[in-house]
Design a protein around this ligand. Structure first.
Ligand code: PLP
Length: 343
């Protein structure tokens, strides 16, 4: 059995994975197995059976996709990266005892679930105009059990400097979870390749964004086998559905089509940014590494309202800022046309 990560929640040392109750025997080829163990309705449709309890083949495919040397033991598949965030918090942090460090502005679920788990929250805000710099000394001094970082950042669209991240991994005794929900469209290398070197590194990935599978709810956690074992002991079986696993398996077996779409998104991002800056309501388009843009509008609340009236939904941020997802070219054109018409 894989040794449990030393920083895992103490109760997990006494527990085995709930998967042990539900893992299915595999046919030896002599005869097909008849499954009368799961209380499903065999007269139901295509999805009458529970999903594969431990999708090792999909875990292996994603591990190989990420970096050579990684195996299924480094990967856990989740129902969206939101579930991965929740699992990491609950696998490593002791309620009322541990603290969690966030670097604001950050994805609201880190803070939400840290508070729901009764964990002390330490905020060490990002530095730099685009939140591209960590206040490293302050994060190290916080001595948090778990620190959440986001690279590329949402909504800044900026990347963290790998040298700062590595220095943090070397200097902190706690877990550092790097949320890479938006990495694919960027030219940056994933930190996943470092999980063999740093036992305190956990990389969170989402299949909702560039992978185009938001409706299927798929994410992943990438870490040293001991950390994956902690999550395995905690996670509920069957949270990732059969159609989701099927789609993920097919996409990872041949990612060429979705990868080609990333190239398109990069092209569209640059085209949209160039067109937006020419428009009167647009004060500034901030550079972005990924497939959304931070845009400053002259009268933000009014523009958001006007766009909505014209059937276009964008995300209002703070002050004059909005976040605009790079859409299909015709959708981007429509945004530009409507904004150009607004006086
Ligand atoms: C930075 C970041 N992390 C995680 C998520 C959660 O994504 P999902 O649960 O769809 O994988 C989001 C979603 O917006 C996000 O922006």
């Amino acid at each position: 059995m894989t040794a449990l990560h030393p920083l895992a929640r103490l109760s997990l040392a006494k527990l085995e994975s709930p998967l042990r109750h539900v893992l299915k025997p595999v046919s030896d080829g002599a005869a097909e197995l008849v499954f009368l163990d799961g209380n499903e309705n065999a007269y139901g449709g295509q999805y009458c059976r529970y999903p594969e309890a431990d999708p090792i083949a999909v875990r292996e495919l994603f591990a190989r996709y990420l970096a050579s040397g990684l195996t299924h033991e480094h990967v856990w598949i989740t129902a969206g990266s939101s579930e991965a965030i929740d699992l990491v918090l609950r696998s490593f942090c002791e309620p009322r005892n541990d603290s969690v460090c966030i670097c604001s502005p950050s994805f609201p679920l880190y803070q939400h679930w840290a508070c729901a788990n009764d964990l002390e929250l330490v905020d060490v805000p990002l530095e730099g105009e685009r939140g591209e710099r960590l206040a490293l000394e302050r994060i190290v001094a916080a001595h948090a059990k778990l620190t959440f970082l986001t690279s590329p950042h949402n909504p800044y669209g900026s990347l963290l400097d790998p040298r700062q991240v590595i220095e943090l991994l070397e200097r902190t005794a706690g877990i550092v979870a790097i949320d890479e929900a938006y990495i694919e469209v960027t030219a940056a290398a994933s930190f996943a390749r470092l999980v063999e070197r740093f036992a305190n590194l956990i990389v969170l990935r989402s299949f909702s964004k560039a992978w185009g599978m938001a409706g299927l709810r798929l994410g992943a956690m990438v870490a040293a086998p001991g950390a994956i074992e902690a999550v395995r002991r905690l996670a509920a079986p069957y949270l990732v559905s059969t159609p989701a696993l099927e789609m993920l398996r097919a996409t990872l077996a041949d990612p060429s089509a979705i990868e080609a779409s990333w190239q398109r998104l990069r092209h569209e991002r640059e085209r949209l940014a160039r067109r937006l800056v020419e428009l009167r309501p647009v004060k500034r388009v901030h550079p972005s590494q990924t497939h959304f843009l931070r845009v400053e509008l002259d009268d933000m609340p009014r523009r958001v309202r006007e766009l909505l009236q014209a059937g276009i939904v964008i995300k209002p941020l703070a002050g004059a800022l909005v976040r605009v997802t790079v859409g299909r070219s015709e959708e981007n054109d429509r945004l530009v046309e409507v904004l150009a018409r607004l006086g």
